[in-house]
Structure formats: structure tokens, C-alpha cells
Design a binder for this molecule. Structure first.
Ligand SMILES: [Zn+2]
Length: 392
């Protein structure tokens, strides 16, 4: 989820919000100011209820921001690079561009948010009790009570033990610490997240069937569905990274072909996109410009996607991604970092460059195939060395 509007920096951390946040804010103002507050604290004007609703919505979002700020500040103190905080429909999240270095760091970063929500909630709750005892306006006490309850609820919800919730990160840290296996920890935490999500969907549907309004049930089901998807995605991404463990960019790169960009796609595919006697058919080509220089990188699939009727007009160079737009990696960079960076930039292709020379190309789509080839090569190397040892 990208931010739509940047709010600026707080304590050096970029804060932005996505437009879906306005849905939540509007829903809160209408629901609280228009419905709940008049019932819980009767006898005020509609303007007072609306103002109280706006104040409560802002205070609620401030609480969400404080929760995320605490994750971000602890992460920064643990030496991690924090990209910023985005507030959106499901609350907020902190973008940290690298994983925690130790289970202890992960535990501290994850626990900070729920602790802050709990403290904020308890403070509002105590304020409500004191306000009630001192005879403060009933509307103010109602606002404080709601803020207290929602923040304690937020703390409890966030420590449910499944990814991508904070509780899931805590489970991840614990399994990682016990077993020393980060990937196993991710499998456990993401499966738990899926189960919790499914449970919430179930409870949500049941309460929708059982009650008339059904709004809370619907919301629970939406949140549950989101958790199921997010935990599944996290488990999948981690499985990919696990297969890349120990490999470098050089291991997963492919040799690009080279060809003239001014040829039509039809001619190019027939003359260049073919397998050699002992080479694979190139997955992509560095295409040259008429008059010298590189037009860019043309993936073979991009040329094959050109409809047959147009292959006589479109040129290979027309399908090229300009070299300047491709991410560049050093051959020795871990393959996991290559994939993470390409995903972050939304790049399907990348270049592997050593001392100013393009030595290979990497493709997100071809990554699974590249890993298989790299592993096959590694095992073949082991076999031949064993063979030469027994012979010698
Ligand atoms: Zn959190």
C-alpha cells in the first residue's frame, strides 16, 4: 500500500497516509458523532456530537500513529533503515527495508507498538474514571471511555500470534531464537496468521448472520480476509528467499543474447532467439541501436507477446526496456537481496554488472528456473570433482 499524501517527518521518520484512511475517519465521525455518542451521553447538541466525533477520530488516528512511531523508533535504534510509516484502511504500518538482525531486536521492535497502544488505552481509561468521579461533562467521559477501550482492544488484537500482526513477529522471534532457523520461524508465524485470519472470517460471518446491523461482523471478516492474504504472501516470499539462500546474483543470472534492435520482431525471433549447439535460447537480449550504442534490454517473452500480424512492423528495439531504467547488481550480491530489491522497485528484469561490463541479466519470472540450474550446476561440480578424486 503506497501513501497518497505525505504528511511530513516526525522525529526524522517520514509519515504519509493512503486515501483509504479517509474511509475509516469518515466512518468513525459518522458512527460515533451521529449514533453512538447521542445514545451514551444524551442531552447535547448535534454540533457537540459531531465535534466530539471528529476529535475522537483524530485521537484514534494519533494513537495508531504513536503505535507505528514506536515500531519505527525502536527499529532505528536497532540500527535498521526505516523507510517511513503509512496510515491506511487497516490502521498503519511501518516500512522497514531490512529484516531485524537478531531475534531479540525483532522482539523489541514488535512489542513496542502494542505496549504503546496499551499505555495510551489505559491512560484514557484512567482519565475516564477520574473524569466521571470529578463530574466532568458526560460527553468527554464517553469519548475517553471509547478511546480507552479501542486502544486496549488494538493492543490485544495486535498481539494475536500470527503474521503479519505484531504477535506473529513475536512468535517469529521466539521460534527463530529457539531453532536458529529464520525460515522455519516464518513458516510457523505465517501459517498461524492464516489460521487466525480464517478464524476472524468465521466469527465475522457468524455475527453477520446473528445480528441485524452486521457492520462489526463485516469488518471482522474483511480484516480476517486481509490477514489470510497477507500471511500467505509472506510465507510465499519467505519460501522463495529460502531457495535463494547461499546463492549470489552471478549464480542466478542468465547470459543475455545480443542483436540488432532495428530488426523486425519476426526476423529477430527467427534469427536470434534460438538455442545454440550447447547454449540455451536467451531469455533476453541486449539490443543495439542503429549507429551504435545500446537501445536496451528486450525480453524474449516481450517479443513473443507481439501479435503475429504486427511482428513485421514492430522492431526488437521497440520492445526494449532502456538500460537506465534497469536495476544494477554486483555479481557477488546475495540472490535474496537481488529479489528483494527488484520487488521493491517493481522491476521484472535487472542487470548484473562487473567493472562497468554487463555480465548477465536476472529475471523475477525466471528466478525459480535459475535456482534449479544453479543447484544442478553445483551438484554436477561436486560429482565431477569426486570422480576426479577417485581417479587420481
Ligand atoms: Zn504494530
Amino acid at each position: 500500500m503506497k501513501e497518497s499524501v505525505r504528511l511530513g517527518r516526525i522525529a526524522g521518520i517520514e509519515v504519509g497516509f493512503n486515501w483509504t484512511l479517509l474511509l475509516i475517519a469518515g466512518f468513525l465521525v459518522l458512527g460515533l458523532g451521529g449514533n453512538q455518542f447521542p445514545i451514551n451521553a444524551p442531552g447535547y447538541t448535534q454540533t457537540s456530537y459531531t465535534l466530539a466525533g471528529i476529535f475522537t477520530a483524530l485521537a484514534f488516528l494519533g494513537g495508531v500513529l504513536a503505535h507505528e512511531m514506536s515500531h519505527a523508533l525502536v527499529a532505528r535504534r536497532e540500527g535498521l533503515k526505516v523507510d517511513g510509516i503509512v496510515l491506511w484502511l487497516m490502521g498503519g504500518y511501518t516500512r522497514i527495508s531490512e529484516p531485524p538482525k537478531t531475534p531479540g531486536a525483532e522482539l523489541r521492535i514488535s512489542a513496542a507498538g502494542p505496549v504503546v497502544s496499551l499505555l495510551f488505552g489505559l491512560t484514557c481509561g484512567i482519565g475516564a474514571v477520574l473524569g466521571h468521579a470529578m463530574g466532568v461533562s458526560r460527553l468527554a467521559v464517553t469519548v475517553l471511555t471509547w478511546l480507552g477501550m479501542i486502544n486496549v482492544l488494538l493492543a490485544v488484537f495486535n498481539v494475536l500470534p500470527g503474521s503479519p500482526l505484531d504477535g506473529g513477529r513475536i512468535v517469529h522471534a521466539a521460534v527463530w531464537w529457539r531453532t536458529g532457523d529464520k525460515y522455519r520461524a516464518t513458516r510457523v508465524a505465517s501459517r498461524a496468521g492464516w489460521v487466525i485470519g480464517a478464524g476472524l472470517v468465521g466469527v465475522g460471518v457468524l455475527s453477520m448472520l446473528g445480528t441485524l446491523s452486521g457492520v462489526d461482523g463485516l469488518w471482522l471478516a474483511i480484516v480476517g480476509g486481509f490477514l489470510m492474504m497477507a500471511s500467505r504472501a509472506e510465507g510465499g516470499a519467505s519460501a522463495v528467499l529460502e531457495t535463494l539462500e547461499g546463492l549470489t546474483a552471478a549464480d542466478v543470472m542468465a547470459q543475455p543474447g545480443v542483436g540488432p534492435g532495428w530488426l523486425t520482431v519476426d526476423a529477430f525471433l527467427r534469427e536470434y532467439a534460438v538455442a545454440g549447439p550447447d547454449t540455451l535460447r536467451p531469455t533476453a537480449f541486449l539490443v543495439e541501436q542503429w549507429g551504435g550504442g545500446l537501445a536496451g534490454l528486450t525480453p524474449t517473452v516481450a517479443m513473443e507477446a507481439v501479435p503475429p500480424m504486427q511482428r513485421f512492423q514492430v522492431r526488437a528495439g521497440d520492445c526494449a526496456v532502456p538500460v537506465a531504467r534497469l536495476p544494477v547488481f554486483a555479481p557477488e550480491l546475495p540472490a535474496g537481496e537481488v529479489v528483494t530489491k527488484m520487488n521493491e522497485q517493481g522491476a521484472a528484469w535487472g542487470l548484473v554488472v562487473a567493472s562497468g561490463q554487463i555480465v548477465g541479466v536476472v529475471s523475477i519470472q525466471d528466478m525459480a528456473g535459475a535456482v534449479e540450474r544453479a543447484k544442478a550446476k553445483a551438484s554436477a561440480a561436486v560429482d565431477s570433482s569426486r570422480w576426479s578424486l577417485t581417479r587420481g
